[in-house]
Design a protein around this ligand. Sequence first.
Ligand SMILES: [Zn+2]
Length: 509
Amino acid sequence: MKLAEFQKRNPILFNALTFHKNHKGEYLDFENYPYLRGIYADASRNLGIMKATQCGASEYAVVRDFALAMAGFNVFHVLPTDRILTRYVKERFDKSLFFTPEYGGAIRTNSVTMKQVDKGTISFVSSNSTANFTEFPADDAIIDENDQCDQDNIKMVEDRLANSTRRSTYIVGNPTITDFGIHARFKQSKQYMWHIKCPKCGQWYHPEFLTHAVEQVDDNVWTYKDHEWQQTDARDPFMFHDCGEPINRKQDGKWIAMNPGAQDSYYHIGKEFSTQVSMRELCAAFSRGLDNEAEMQRFYNSDLGLPYTQKGSFISVDELNAAVREFPRVLSCRSPCVCGIDVGNSLHTVVNHILPDGSERVVFIGELKTLEDIKQLCIRFNIISGVIDAMPEIRMAREVSAFRKWYRCEFHSAKSFDKIEMRHIADGKKAMVNRTEILDAVATKIREQRLLLPRDAASIPDFYRHITALTRVFNETRQEYNWVGERADHYLFALAYATVARRITGISV
Ligand SMILES: [Zn+2]
């Protein structure tokens, strides 16, 4: 193949193998990172990496930015926040530009958020600004640190590509929890896993810390597969293949698709085969995790490049079952009740009866359709306080919040804000609460069995599914906890709004 033809067919691999230099002025190192070759060579339309930190993969985005722009494409490159965006552009992109003469000769416009390189343009965008997600017509979209990005905004990335014939994506990041973000995308992809061939038994296998470095002997009791190794030894512990052969982590290998029928090409990279991290360090991080769930999450996400869902970070079916009591759902109630309504395609609604001891029974669970349904509910139940989702059906929320004792609820993210704030405004009444804090309060009420569920709760369509849909996760970028998930969560929010309504009543728990 002629060089020009190769460059046209795969500009990313071409730049990587010929002139690209990184922020240190070095050429790419495929000797120490043999697993990166296959990724650079993969010209699939939708590509992604679910990765550990420090595994050499972050340079790929810089190569892709330049190569596609030089080939005449427009690149829409999303990063979680302005701070991370600026750091990427200044520390990675601009330094690569400085060290690579071919890039220096091609640059036309050069601001922090907009770079024109030959005929293509790269637009750097922070994920938390909605305004940034309109207008720019892109051929390629890059989403960096996917799980740290604003998940609602990155859904709009697809629109940026609508008028392109190329319409390619590259999505990368550390995973967080199971079935969320980069892990959800990885599961739906070809699922490329790095395999090496055992020199003793000849088997191709994927080197894995949890299979080849340690083994579980009892509940929460693990031993090293390297039985002779002790922490005071000068040497690192070995991983062992199933046949007993010690594993050479630096050995060359190949990518094997575990789900070859899928369309998208996503790769998993853990530190097991990254040569920059010692086995001793990995073992130390794992053993810290055995005593501490947050450390274990960090070890899985950052070191193994795998998702991890901490115990107690979501409301479980067992916890819901424990809150079930022998009472029926009812169609009317004269005792004091609070009501919460989540607005989606329908109005997911709960009514909680407040018992004399301060605990609550969920006595109505169902989907309403219209404003008239809400009025009927108010007639049948003695609702002393009601709260409805302020978005997305703004008109209905306004009308309902004009009812006596009804508020519409908005979330805000101010960290210091853990109390409810109520405002009487021209078009109704508004309650503002911290989203994380109010969902925490719902989880606590269920766990402490102060929010009791009717006897048929488990069989109510979607009820358990919605309540278990979200997981409480620490967002590294924002340095705060958020409840996140990909499944529908309407009844969970109905309970959250009912919890806001309860606070408005001032009746203590
Ligand atoms: Zn073997």
